[in-house]
Design a protein around this ligand. Structure first.
Ligand code: ZN
Length: 450
């Protein structure tokens, strides 16, 4: 039996669309379930990574078109749902439930769309294999040996090394940073789909996926962008927005993330340090302009997730104290290693930090999103600083709250019921009315469930 014929049988030759023209299938649907292991995002700060349940659908064809629907669930009941598509002309990605990116559409140019497409083909080795090129620019020939290694490039032009068995089935493909391993082939046919795919990056396993495949056309509307989405604007240049006397939020950063700032008589408190040293250094320059002679006295870490602390080192002054919730120190140690700042202090109960003429209240919260959560408030202005317990997008309607927002609401009702505004690393600043509406929408969503 030729390899080509085997491919026809395995890929579902009996499907009507294939019988019609006697060609092998050229488009597929993948059902991708399993777990991704995300470093620096653990619920328990003593753990280096978080297991995240995913349930994705991917449609792709041999001509470079794809549609990808993602579902993932994170600690605290936070659910991401994105729709992303690409063609030879480019692509787009949108937040289906509009809570994180709101109505902002992220477009990709042709080159990026192509790379995203090629990434999807790694889940479908029968297709990927036809697109790998050997060092001499030839398609790889089948081999009769047990396992063979070849080097070349993938369709995105990345250098890759791949191994395959004597049935012509891919066993692994390694890019410079990322390695895919294909396991549990159901039979010896070269076009078979491995039931399991493991993905490694930098030596760490980042995914354990179960992938099922069927022959299917891409949905006719796969390129459609639902009404209501607008192109995401490019950030202008970072600046401090005044929220209350002495209280600022740094906006328009390259990442789009925010840092909170409260300036008192004796010094400055900073809330969270996204996302890397470069962005944090630019934020520090902005803080210096606001208060040229005052030191950063405190950096309050809402929780030790990487996107909230990645820029920490760049914000430190010689006497800055870094304040975390219980367990935060260990997570920072893991992230920063020998560069770990000395002045980290964990707090386990309610406390106030003094800036001379004003106070910052701190409440540790063992939240379902992160056990080392800290909620902070500038008591004078009623401004609350928090991370990931409540979200509004920068632009777009108020989305239903996630379950973990109840933990924040309970804390605020108990300790600072007259709060006025809620600042987070992600999204726009919220009022008490916004939070009430979002929680009410969640209740309605729950009731409408079957
Ligand atoms: Zn987080």
């Amino acid at each position: 039996m030729t390899r080509f014929f085997a491919l026809l049988v395995v890929l579902g030759f009996s499907a009507p669309s294939c019988l019609a023209d006697d060609l092998p299938p050229s488009s597929w649907q993948l059902m991708v379930t399993g777990q991704r292991f995300v470093a620096g995002q653990a619920q328990d700060p003593s753990q280096s990574s978080q297991s995240v349940q995913i349930d994705d659908r991917v449609w792709l064809d041999a001509a470079g078109n794809y549609l990808w629907l993602t579902h993932s669930e994170w600690p605290g009941g936070i659910k991401f749902q994105y729709r992303q598509f690409g063609t030879a002309n480019g692509g787009a990605r949108m937040d289906v439930t509009k809570w994180r990116d709101g109505i902002w559409l992220q477009r990709s140019d042709a080159a990026k769309a192509k790379q995203d497409y090629v990434d999807q083909t790694y889940l479908l080795p029968a297709l990927l294999q036809t697109q790998l090129r050997g060092a001499t620019g030839q398609l790889v020939a089948n081999s009769s040996s047990v396992e063979r290694t070849n080097t070349g490039t993938d369709a995105a032009g990345r250098p890759v090394t791949w191994t395959y068995n004597d049935h012509g089935q891919l066993l692994s493909v390694a890019q410079p940073q990322t390695r895919y391993e294909y396991l549990d082939y159901p039979d010896a046919n070269p076009g078979s789909q491995p039931a399991r795919i493991w993905i490694y990056r930098g030596g760490q396993q980042i995914a354990d996926l179960q992938v099922a495949r069927q022959v299917a056309e891409l949905p006719a509307d796969f390129q459609q962008i639902p009404l209501g989405y607008v192109d995401k604007p490019t950030p202008s240049s970072a600046k401090a927005t005044l929220l209350a006397p002495g209280v600022y939020r740094i906006d328009q950063t390259p990442s789009g993330y925010h840092t909170g700032v409260v300036i008192g008589r004796d010094g400055i408190a900073v809330f969270d340090a996204p996302i890397d040293a470069k962005e944090a250094a630019a934020n520090k320059a902005i803080i210096r302009q606001l208060a040229p002679t005052l030191p950063i006295k405190y950096i309050v870490v809402s929780h030790s997730h990487r996107d909230h602390v990645g820029g920490l080192l760049a914000l430190l002054d010689p006497a800055t104290q870094v304040i975390t919730g219980v367990g935060g120190q260990q997570a920072l140690q893991r992230l920063f290693g020998s560069s770990m700042p000395h002045q980290v202090r964990e707090i386990s109960q309610q406390e106030q930090l003094s800036l001379g003429d004003r106070h910052i209240a701190l409440w540790p919260l063992r939240s379902s999103h992160a056990h080392d959560m800290l909620v902070a408030a500038d008591v004078t202005s009623g401004t609350v600083f928090q991370g990931d317990l409540f979200y509004l997008p920068e632009v777009g309607p108020i989305p239903p709250a996630f379950p973990l927002t109840a933990e924040l609401v309970q804390l605020l009702n108990r300790h600072i019921p007259a709060w006025r505004q809620l600042v987070g690393v992600h999204g726009r600043t919220a009022t008490p009315t916004d939070v009430r509406q979002s929680v009410r929408l969640r209740t309605q969503v729950d009731k409408s469930k079957p």
